[in-house]
Design a protein around this ligand. Structure first.
Ligand code: 5AD
Length: 345
């Protein structure tokens, strides 16, 4: 074993790492194959061969934020905005049931139209259909998170995006890094399975800061981590910046698997957007979840966080069929359970 391979093995055995070790691994691509294989073995040992499919509903693309990388930002006037009504959302959930998905992920921009009461009604309606529910609707107060939890929400996704505070504040006008963290720790306190994650390849982001992101995931005790490459959107101020690197994203994901061996990690759409095999590669380097989109055709096109989003040319039925075949072809199985985080570590 080379010295770097020994470091990777040691992280895999002890599920802890020094920041400097993470930076060294991120900086050296000669380690990639070994790292990916090790993360795949840790994934197999702790969460097995099952892949959990979560049905994603993008129910509103209206957003009050101005995140500099995101196509849904309120200052983007070149996008057609939509918001679904409760009936539409429930009918998509019903469709997801036909595809045998056991989790619904409700995602939207930060759309104040969906008041606490409206959200609770939607959550209760979906819960009646016997789904696990994941919310991905942004920063809210403790009281709101508490109400959603009582209404039946099980999980919450809120990426920290970057743990580099000054970069965070540059990219998120009028938002605060401290509040972002407050949200995540509130969600944990309330008993949500809490998911976070980061963007990889943001302008001015360093390997040191990516290593800090990975250590933050561990510090939070995240139950889920979703991350992917930054993809410049021509309708945003970052339109001329460089696209994030897919293999660096997969490295960050693989290292996350070594540190948090039993959590749920999706192979994300942004990874597939940069490479047709991106999702499969991720599933073979530590990931164990896929979130197929069940949003109807016209809305899905308008939920344009970044351009060229993978899966836009498939109907939900087709996508389910294709992803199932691909998962089976790499020797994995489709989970029939809710796919909660089973803490074994
Ligand atoms: N490229 C890649 N991912 C993006 N996201 C937002 N904008 C982009 C982009 N340009 C991610 C953020 C957010 C998630 C819903 O989408 O990390 O949390």
């Amino acid at each position: 074993m080379t010295e770097l391979e020994k470091i990777v093995q040691n992280i895999a055995d002890n599920h802890s790492a020094e920041k400097s070790e993470l930076v060294r691994i991120l900086a050296d691509d000669s380690i990639n194959d070994f790292l990916f294989k090790t993360a795949d073995a840790v994934r197999k040992k702790y969460v097995g061969d099952e892949v959990h499919l979560r049905g994603l509903i993008e129910f509103s693309n209206i957003c009050k934020c101005s995140c500099k990388y995101c196509g849904l930002r309120k200052d983007n006037l070149n996008t057609n905005r939509y918001r679904m009504d409760v009936e539409e959302i429930l009918s998509l959930a019903k469709k997801a049931k036909e595809y045998n998905y056991r989790t619904i992920v409700l995602q939207s921009g930060e759309d104040s139209f969906f008041s606490k009461d409206k959200m609770c009604k939607i959550i209760e309606g979906i819960k009646k259909m016997d789904f696990a529910i994941t919310l991905s609707i942004g920063e809210k107060s403790f009281e709101e998170y508490e109400a959603y939890k009582s209404a039946g929400a099980d999980r919450y996704l809120l990426r920290i995006e970057t743990t580099d505070k000054s970069l965070y504040e540059k990219l998120h006008p009028k938002m605060s890094f401290e509040n972002r963290k407050r949200c995540l720790f509130d969600l944990k306190k309330l008993g949500y399975e809490t998911g976070t994650g980061c963007l990889v390849g943001l302008p001015k982001q360093t390997l040191d800061s990516l290593a800090g992101d990975i250590l933050f995931f561990k510090e939070l005790g995240a139950d889920m981590i979703g991350l992917g490459p930054f993809i410049p959107n021509p309708e945003t101020p970052l339109k001329n910046e460089k696209t994030g690197n897919l293999s660096l994203s997969i490295k960050v994901m693989a290292l996350t698997r070594l540190l948090l061996p039993d959590i749920n990690i999706p192979a994300t759409t942004a990874m597939e957007t940069l490479h047709p095999e991106g999702r499969i590669l991720a599933l073979q380097s530590g990931a164990n979840v896929v979130m197929p989109n069940v949003t109807c055709e016209d809305c899905k096109q308008k939920y344009e966080i970044y351009p060229g989003k993978a899966g836009l040319n498939n109907t939900p039925e087709e996508y389910k069929k294709v992803i199932t075949e691909r998962i089976k072809a790499i020797g994995r199985t489709i989970s029939t359970g809710y796919g909660f985080h089973k803490k074994t570590f």
